[in-house]
Unconditional design. Structure first.
Length: 301
């Protein structure tokens, strides 16, 4: 019988894709189980409940939360607001957690105090996997980076008190499908909460997108990143101004380099940023000024 990490809840936002079953099975296979798994489902309820019913005999407490609105920020917020343990972890339905994932979280979280924990995200399968980080070196970040993002929500954990202090994920429409994690991490660092990268905490990010979708995926990510920049540009954040300017200047360079070297990844990345970033910046600014003036924005907007 598995031990229980009674201070830890796991939140999984999902659209009800079949990948979710594998994710739940990987958590059930852990030598230690979390207190509870909250599956926030924005898709069809019936198959998800069938997968849960199939897995719960393994001793894992899984609860489905059905959410009528779409967006990963909204789903994650819904799950986090329902957590009643001291700590929470998040992963995504297209990830498999390592068999010692829960135990590692339970051991490390009390050690890092008021910080956000993230870990290795390894690629799995033969398809398109853009979100990976495989460094074996432990790192502690206390400020944002000019050349990249730090937090990986498919492998993230923190004390609920930290989440309450930083505030929920931003549910602005421009951040509905991408960029919400980068924006939240930026706020966390600005609020003085370090992000600890621990390579012993491992998940595998499964490939499910076709290579033909590479350009579309880069555009989606860039649009979300632009929306994140827009929010903080409106707040006069000079660091974000420098980072946005760097990305806008880099995009045509990446595209040109890709064309010269016939590198399809660079072509897709450069074109995606050229097309996605400006659109995201405009979309991210839309409605922000009036929302702030009326004082009714959500998620730290």
């Amino acid at each position: 019988m598995s031990k229980i990490a009674r201070d830890l809840t796991v939140v999984i936002p999902t659209l009800g894709r079949p990948l979710l079953k594998g994710c739940l099975e990987s958590i059930a296979a852990n030598r230690m189980h979390p207190h509870q798994v909250l599956v926030v489902n924005q898709g069809v309820e019936e198959p998800v409940q069938a997968w849960i019913d199939e897995i719960t005999p393994a001793g894992l407490d899984i609860q489905q939360v059905v959410l009528g609105v779409r967006g990963i920020a909204a789903a994650t917020n819904e799950g986090l607001h329902r957590v009643d343990t001291k700590y929470v972890a998040t992963t995504h339905d297209d990830c498999l957690v390592a068999e010692d994932w829960v135990g590692s979280l339970a051991r490390i979280l009390p050690e890092i105090g008021d910080a956000v924990l993230t870990g290795r995200v390894e690629p799995g399968g033969n398809g398109l996997v853009l979100t990976t980080v495989t460094s074996n070196q432990r790192k502690i970040y206390t400020r944002p980076l000019i050349d990249g993002d730090i937090l990986f929500p498919p492998n993230m954990a923190l004390a609920m008190d930290v989440f309450k202090d930083v505030g929920p994920y931003d549910e602005h429409p421009s951040l509905r499908v991408a960029g919400e994690d980068s924006e939240w991490a930026h706020r966390a660092l600005r609020a003085g909460f370090p992000i600890v990268y621990e390579p012993q905490v491992v998940v595998t990010h499964l490939a499910w997108q076709e290579g033909s979708e590479l350009g579309k995926t880069y555009r989606r990510y860039a649009r979300g990143q632009g929306a994140f920049y827009a929010k903080h540009l409106l707040r006069g954040d000079l660091f974000v101004f420098r980072r946005a300017l760097r990305d806008l200047v880099r995009a045509p360079y990446l595209l040109t380099r890709g064309l010269v070297t016939n590198n399809r990844d660079l072509i897709a990345m450069g074109a995606g940023e050229m097309l996605g970033l400006p659109v995201g910046i405009v979309a991210g600014m839309r409605g922000r000024t009036s929302l702030r003036r009326r004082g009714r924005s959500r998620g730290g907007s």
